[in-house]
Design a binder for this molecule. Structure first.
Ligand code: NAD
Ligand code: 0WE
Length: 262
């Protein structure tokens, strides 16, 4: 199928082959999109470039989204390489590790700032820098998590950041709607990626997830990829400002079944 034929997509947040952004990249490639990848730092350059080769993608550029200059430089390179773009995917989140354990009230001022800057503002910053390049019929997409709505122990300042990110999705959707550009988020269930590795509280909740979710299955990056195709293609032409769950139905359960009743 080629739901994205003739569309150009720029994807932020590939770190390795387990990244959600890589699942989205592969799905977009299967649907005929022309792709560009942007990664965070020199340490990732070799890995991301070799992944890009597997899908014949030649546009692979660094961009630290905490820098306005880096974002503008990338927008300039994008304009030179592609002219206009149809799709931007933001698959970036970060908090200092020490903020992801212990009580939320211990969050430092600097830890709060970093989480908000990289996980929230960067999406707005991309919208701002790329707005002149966005073609009508285009779409912006970001990734969020249920910890924005209900407490996920240890997710802490990231939950607060994701709540702000979801609000940003609605404001951006309102602003870009008249230009024919849609803005949505996917709220994914827990996936074992680099950003989840080594977080103790993640492992516990990951292990129980497929017993609690209605579909009783873990979520994979392919599952997020196929929903991303839907949300960035004309299949979802009249959908904007939404948070769509790809979580095996986990979020609809209010009262989980106690383990001894299985
Ligand atoms: P990942 O580690 O593969 O991706 C996170 C990416 O953020 C990395 O590529 C990293 O380089 C990038 N990044 C961090 N700081 C950056 C900066 N300053 N500039 C540019 N890029 C930067 O992990 P992932 O799980 O694929 O995360 C992608 C998104 O999905 C995040 O927003 C995350 O919150 C969200 N998400 C993850 C899960 C999960 O369980 N893994 C669930 C729901 C939502
Ligand atoms: O958004 C995320 C990951 C967020 C994340 C993870 C890290 C680990 C390494 C942000 N910053 C960092 N910084 C690091 O130094 N998820 C949705 C995955 C996740 O993380 C959790 C979760 C879930 C789910 C942390 C605690 C509890 C649940």
């Amino acid at each position: 199928m080629s739901l994205l034929n003739g569309k150009t997509a720029l994807i932020f947040g590939v770190a390795n082959e387990r990244s959600i952004a890589w699942g989205i990249t592969r799905a977009f490639h299967e649907h005929g999109a022309t792709l560009g990848l942007s990664y965070a730092g020199e340490m990732l350059e070799r890995r991301v470039k070799s992944l890009a080769q597997t899908i014949d993608c030649n546009f692979v550029e660094p961009c630290d989204v905490s820098s306005d200059e880096a974002i503008q430089a990338l927008a300039d390179k994008t304009a030179a390489a592609f002219g206009q773009v149809d799709i931007l995917v933001h698959s970036i989140g970060f908090a200092n590790r020490e903020e992801l354990s212990g009580p939320y009230y211990r969050t430092s001022r600097e830890g709060f700032r970093v989480a908000m800057d990289i996980s929230v503002y960067s999406f707005t910053a991309l919208a701002r820098a790329f707005q002149p390049l966005l073609r009508p019929g285009g779409a912006l997409l970001t990734l969020t998590y249920y910890g924005s709505e209900k407490v996920a122990p240890g997710y802490n300042v990231m939950g607060v950041a994701k709540a702000a990110l979801e609000a940003s999705v609605r404001y951006l959707a309102y602003d870009l709607g008249p230009q024919g550009v849609r803005v949505n988020a996917i709220s994914a269930g827990p996936i074992r990626t680099l950003a989840a590795a080594g977080v103790a509280r993640f492992k516990d909740m990951y292990r129980h997830f497929n017993k609690l979710a209605p579909l009783q299955q873990h979520v994979g990056i392919e599952d997020v990829g196929s929903m991303a195709v839907a949300l960035c293609s004309d299949l979802s032409k009249r959908v904007t400002g939404e948070v769509v769950y790809v979580d095996s139905g986990y979020n609809i359960v209010g009262v989980p079944e106690p383990p001894e009743c299985e």
